[in-house]
Design a protein around this ligand. Structure first.
Ligand SMILES: NC(=O)c1ccc[n+]([C@@H]2O[C@H](COP(=O)([O-])OP(=O)(O)OC[C@H]3O[C@@H](n4cnc5c(N)ncnc54)[C@H](OP(=O)(O)O)[C@@H]3O)[C@@H](O)[C@H]2O)c1
Length: 264
């Protein structure tokens, strides 16, 4: 019998979102793979899931719009006939700035996509479930994907960091507010993929700056999301999946910190 559990993964076409989609597929979940511009990537993820014997529906939405969360939830309900059992708020923007150069536009755009829409998607799930007859407490879950940076602060990527800090501080607040219907958890990966202005050589060196001195496996991070979705005792807390990167304090983002250390 096909699983009745659906997970919505935002930004599911590539990279961590795609890994999370495979982790849930392999555990028997059906996938709602959200994308914005990456239609080809989303279709490739869908095909790979179908090849594994899973189910995957695609849903596109620009998450920078104020009404995106409500609209996305409505589209998911239209596609599957009910609200998803889990939402993984994985989509995000990550644009380079620092504290003195941050602009109102950068702060607001990061806040809308990385903070407001994830929080409002959790609310939209809660609102759909309230009053529904067949809801079991604890079975629905929202996972906000954060970053080890929020546990290991420096002022680089300032707008991004501020947006993820606000989301991280909201995990416990939302868990309290949406109980007993929806659990809310955080997941903080360390450096996983080459991003923005980073070179491959810089990434190769930066990605082993953690206590284990090895690259963090995206599949391990994805398995943490699955674990939190399925373990109904976990609520209001954040799991750090970063090989201990958050325990290596740096005064700058690791991308610049290693260049500066090597120049000395
Ligand atoms: N990459 C890392 O090393 C790292 C480290 C720590 C934490 N994280 C966190 O882990 C998560 C995944 O990271 P990632 O590097 O895999 O993500 P990513 O590739 O930078 O972005 C994931 C997706 O977000 C979607 N997105 C961006 N702006 C959007 C918008 N306005 N509306 C809708 N979708 C939008 C994009 O979808 P489309 O392509 O379809 O447009 C993109 O594919 C993020 O939350 C990130 O903060 C990542």
């Amino acid at each position: 019998m096909k699983s009745k559990r659906w997970v919505l993964i935002t930004g599911g076409a590539h990279r961590l979102g795609r890994e999370i989609a495979f982790a849930f597929t392999n555990a028997g979940w059906n996938i709602l793979c959200h994308y914005r511009t990456s239609k080809d990537g989303a279709q490739a993820t869908q095909k790979a899931i179908h090849d594994l014997g899973g189910s995957c529906q695609l849903v596109d939405m620009d998450l920078s719009k104020g009404n995106a969360a409500e609209n996305l939830m409505n589209r998911c309900v239209e596609l599957t006939g009910k609200a998803p059992q889990c939402i993984v708020n994985n989509a995000s923007i990550f644009e380079a700035d620092d504290a003195p150069s941050a602009t109102a536009e950068a702060l607001q755009t990061h806040f809308q996509i990385n903070t407001a829409t994830p929080l409002l998607l959790a609310n939209a799930l809660y609102n759909h479930l309230r009053g529904a007859a067949d809801v079991t407490n604890g079975e629905h879950c929202v996972i906000h994907v954060l970053d080890q940076k929020v546990h290991n602060l420096n002022p680089d990527y300032f707008s991004y960091t501020v947006s993820k800090l606000a989301l991280e501080r909201s995990v416990a607040l939302q868990a309290q507010a949406l109980a007993p219907t929806v659990r809310v958890c955080g997941l903080s990966p360390g450096l996983l993929y080459l991003s923005g202005p980073q070179t491959q050589s810089n990434f190769d060196r930066a990605s082993v700056v953690n206590l284990i001195q090895k690259r963090i496996e995206p599949t391990d991070v994805a398995m943490c999301a699955l674990f939190m979705a399925q373990n109904t005792s976990i609520n209001g807390c954040t799991l750090r999946a970063d090989n201990g990167q958050h325990l290596i304090p740096l005064s700058r983002d690791v991308m610049w910190a290693i260049e500066e250390a090597e120049d000395r």
